[in-house]
Write a protein of this length. Structure first.
Length: 564
């Protein structure tokens, strides 16, 4: 790393407020910089010696502005750090003096106070103040806490009431301290380190506040307690070590994601609302990915965040530019949709239900094909359009609800006719029987429509009853074929989908005729290949027979077409 880079790194570090937190990094930079300066000086000395031996004059050494600026900046940082250290040290020394004064006061109470109530009150005041005092110098922290803990034990041992109830209270205190140890064991279930730190501090305070225990149990209890406490603090330390590594990894992930987002925004070519919606969803996923990465080193993370946010801002600026242009198109679509609404209002009171329904359905298709009129217009226009459509269809529904009452009457008539058809005895005379059955078909068709949900069931019941009688008639050959086809036609005419079924029937017959014509053509072509011989004559007669049969079949099918 060159001098200029070291200077820039120093500037970046000293800009942070907490000088103590970056002290080690600054010192490392200073050492590296001094090493570079020493090397430069060494090279200068060598050059001067070479020049002296050659009797040459060496150019005057130019002022090194980077060196001077680095020294000034480092000196200012060092002064600021020293000031902070002095302030921190003074505060910690003051806290140490206060704790020593409290220890001395507690010591005097232990040695001189005979009144148990006054001694306990003094202890409470001392202990409450002790908990409010901040940090003391690190090298004194364990000693002062140890002195205080030992004095507390001495205090409780010297209180008269504890002497009188010693055995009982000692064992109770032992039980409480064992519970503290167990609760420290239970801390392994706590996942959040902040909660773990708060809990262990609280348990340590609870431990100190519990009085003495039997002498024979104290060493074991104390050893177990500190073993458990140290294990907790090892876990805390390992967490923060891992956290530092995690922050570094998160920073790498954020840099990669910032670059990915910048590339994504740079290649955006969306030219439709859907394309922008899809792109927006993709960007939101990138933003969610950013959130899920977690924290990184604060300063560097802020710089990466600025890059990431700039890419997002650029994306939404592009999107805004697109939609500003789209608003003009939305206005044009809105004007066209308003014309459709006006058209619906013109025809919504018509009672020409079929024609008007088709018109409205076509207008609805046209509405859909126009596309979206934008957030500003679409919902308002759609509500008015749908309300106008609903007004017509509600009137139509009310009309046909009234008509349904008539259809129920038709249903009753058709059911009565079906019952009559089932119970009638058909005469033996075929012509008379066919006339009766055709009369039933005529009467059934003349009754009219039934409710939609009943049409299939009543039609099937009628068809089944009619076919049962036709099946009893002893019809043969062409007579049977014609009668059964006529019965089929009568049945089809009673079907609610009669028009569609008749059309299908015509199509099937035409298809059969065309196939028969193709067969005849093929047979006629084959006749030309037969030579005059005894065997060939037999084949020719067979083919001619097939041709005549196909022609007869065509005539029968044409008759059915006429009947249709």
């Amino acid at each position: 790393m060159e001098k200029a880079e070291l200077l820039e790194s120093l500037k970046t570090l000293v800009a942070q407020e907490d000088a103590l937190a970056i002290s080690r990094e600054v010192n490392d930079l200073h050492i590296h910089f001094e090493d570079l300066m020493l090397e430069e000086d060494r090279l200068r000395q060598i050059a001067e010696m070479d020049a002296a031996e050659k009797g040459e004059a060496l150019e005057e050494r130019p002022i090194d502005s980077i060196r001077e600026e680095f020294k000034v900046l480092y000196s200012e940082f060092r002064d600021r750090k020293n000031a902070l250290q002095r302030s921190k040290k003074e505060t910690e020394e003051a806290n140490l003096r206060r704790k020593k004064m409290l220890i001395e006061r507690l010591k005097q109470t232990v040695e001189n106070e005979e009144n148990i109530g006054a001694a306990m009150q003094t202890y409470k005041e001392i202990h409450d103040e002790w908990k409010t005092i901040g940090d003391v110098p690190r090298e004194k922290r364990q000693d002062i806490q140890s002195d205080y803990s030992k004095l507390l034990e001495t205090f409780f041992y010297h209180i008269k009431i504890y002497r009188e109830l010693r055995d009982h209270d000692f064992h109770r205190n032992q039980q409480l301290k064992e519970e503290i140890i167990q609760r420290i064991d239970d801390l392994s279930k706590i996942e959040k380190i902040k909660d773990l730190e708060a809990s262990i501090r609280s348990l340590q305070n609870d431990w100190d506040e519990i009085g003495p225990v039997p002498n024979e149990a104290w060493e074991t209890l104390k050893s177990t307690y500190w073993e458990k406490v140290k294990a907790v603090f090892v876990r805390i330390h390992e967490f923060y070590e891992g956290k530092r590594s995690e922050l570094a990894e998160n920073l790498i992930k954020k840099k990669e994601l910032a670059q990915k987002t910048a590339g994504f925004v740079a290649q955006i070519q969306a030219d439709t609302n859907k394309a922008w919606d899809d792109a927006t969803k993709e960007l939101i996923l990138l933003q969610e990915e950013w959130k899920n990465i977690g924290f990184a080193n604060r300063k560097e993370s802020e710089e990466i965040w600025k890059e990431f946010r700039a890419s997002c801002d650029a994306f939404f600026a592009k999107k805004k530019e697109f939609f500003d242009e789209s608003r003009k198109e939305f206005s044009e679509v809105a004007a066209k949709k308003q014309k459709l609404i006006d058209r619906i209002h013109e025809i919504k009171e018509s009672t020409d239900w079929k024609r008007t329904t088709d018109q409205i359905l076509n207008l609805q298709k046209e509405w859909k094909n126009l596309g979206n009129a934008g957030h500003r217009f679409e919902q308002k226009l759609w509500k008015e359009f749908r309300a106008a459509c609903d007004e017509f269809f509600n009137a139509k529904q009310a009309f046909f609800n009234e008509k349904d009452q008539e259809l129920i009457g038709n249903l009753d008539l058709k059911k009565a006719l079906i019952d009559e058809l089932k119970s009638i005895d058909i005469p033996a005379d075929k012509n008379e029987a066919l006339a009766i059955l055709r009369d039933f078909a005529k009467r059934f068709n003349e009754i009219g429509h039934v409710p939609m949900k009943e049409k299939d069931s009543v039609y099937n019941a009628y068809k089944q009853a009619l076919n049962a009688h036709y099946n009893k008639l002893k019809l043969e050959g062409e007579e049977k074929d014609k009668a059964m086809f006529q019965a089929r036609l009568d049945t089809i005419k009673a079907n609610p989908n009669a028009e569609k079924l008749i059309g299908k029937e015509k199509h099937d017959i035409h298809d059969k005729i065309n196939k028969l014509k193709a067969e005849i053509l093929q047979y006629e072509n084959n006749l030309g290949f037969f030579a005059k011989s005894k065997g060939a004559d037999a084949l020719r007669k067979e083919v001619e027979s097939k041709i005549n049969h196909a022609k007869n079949k065509i005539e029968e099918l044409k008759t059915k077409l006429k009947m249709l």
